[in-house]
Design a protein around this ligand. Structure first.
Ligand code: DGY
Length: 319
């Protein structure tokens, strides 16, 4: 039987690429450059399946031009805001994602961002590294303590729950906003808020874990940032679209927010150059799921979805 033709748009983990080469007639973009709209359209006439990352944008415009040969887009990501799902559905193309397997890695990174932002990691690292550490005082680099503080989680899905588990290790009082209240077996004592606004009022630390959708775009705007307690710390390891970056910068400059920890930006790659001058913004380049174990698991999950599809089954993560 001929193997389905598969295009892998980016340099996935070695274990993933080996398995893909064993089971598919695969072409890998070893140059590891993001696939442009034109490349996606061209590939759709040559391949039965594509494994893209969030760097490949299947917009409505691209979806309309895709060749009917392409039957499945098996994303190597949990987020699918780079895919216009209704348009792809209309074209009869199956779309899958990779939930679950990256929750712990992303929650670990959110914890790093929260601790780093709260304890002056940017300035502290710089002054030691640059040989400028020539002074110590009890009032030097005094940060905000995480242990026992109130944590607000927006989006109590898999990653939000994994983050809550880690935050319990710091004895944090956990509050959350979610579209629906979780059963107690999942909430594990976390306090539900039926509106984001009521959550913000108690969030000394705030961590965003919801998807980017038209409803959540600029969720953290000037009005909502103003509801946070003075000196709060905000963390975003979900998507840049959730935060109005000008409003965030203003709140930080005013001292209303003490610090922010960001792994995601409105413009990626690149981030926001205006943030660079601010030591109280601890930044990383969208690497929440970037651990060896998780990259293998994401690749295998995407391949599991493809295997199921080509075996005539419904993929586990079909959206
Ligand atoms: C995801 O899986 O959505 C991560 O942001 C990496 O793409």
């Amino acid at each position: 039987m001929t193997k389905p033709r598969l295009w892998i748009t980016r340099r996935l983990s070695d274990a993933t690429l080996e398995r893909a080469a064993r089971d598919y007639d695969v072409v890998i973009n070893h140059e590891d450059t993001p696939g442009s709209a034109d490349e996606l359209v061209t590939a759709s006439a040559e391949f039965d399946a594509i494994i893209p990352c969030h760097s490949e944008h299947f917009t409505a415009e691209v979806a309309a031009k895709l060749d009917p040969r392409l039957r499945i887009i098996a994303n190597h990501s949990v987020g699918v805001d780079h895919c216009d799902l209704p348009s792809l559905k209309e074209r009869g193309i199956v779309v899958t994602n990779t939930p679950d397997v990256l929750s712990d890695a992303t929650a670990e990174l959110a914890m790093l961002l929260m601790l780093g932002a709260a304890r002056h990691a940017v300035a502290g690292d710089r002054i030691v590294r640059s040989g400028q550490w020539d002074f110590w005082s009890p009032s030097f680099m005094v940060g905000k303590q995480v242990t026992g503080a109130r944590l607000g989680i927006v989006g109590m899905g898999r990653v939000g729950q994994a983050f809550a588990t880690k935050a319990r290790g710091f004895d944090m009082e956990i509050h959350y906003f979610n579209r629906s209240e979780l059963p107690e077996v999942q909430a594990k004592g976390a306090i539900y808020h039926s509106t984001v606004e009521s959550l913000l009022e108690v969030a000394d630390f705030l961590s965003l874990h919801c998807p980017a959708t038209p409803v959540t775009t600029n969720l953290m705007n000037a009005e909502r940032l103003a509801l946070l307690p003075k000196g709060a710390v905000m963390v975003n390891s979900a998507r840049g679209a959730l935060v109005d970056e000008s409003a965030l910068l203003h709140a930080l400059k005013q001292g209303d927010l003490a610090a922010a920890g960001l792994d995601c930006f409105q413009i990626e790659p690149g981030g926001n150059p205006e943030f660079a001058a601010h030591d109280n913004i601890f930044m990383l380049p969208h690497i929440g799921s970037a651990t060896t174990r998780t990259r293998d698991a994401m690749g295998f999950r995407a391949l599991d979805n493809l295997d199921a599809f080509f075996a005539g089954e419904t993929p586990k993560d079909q959206l």
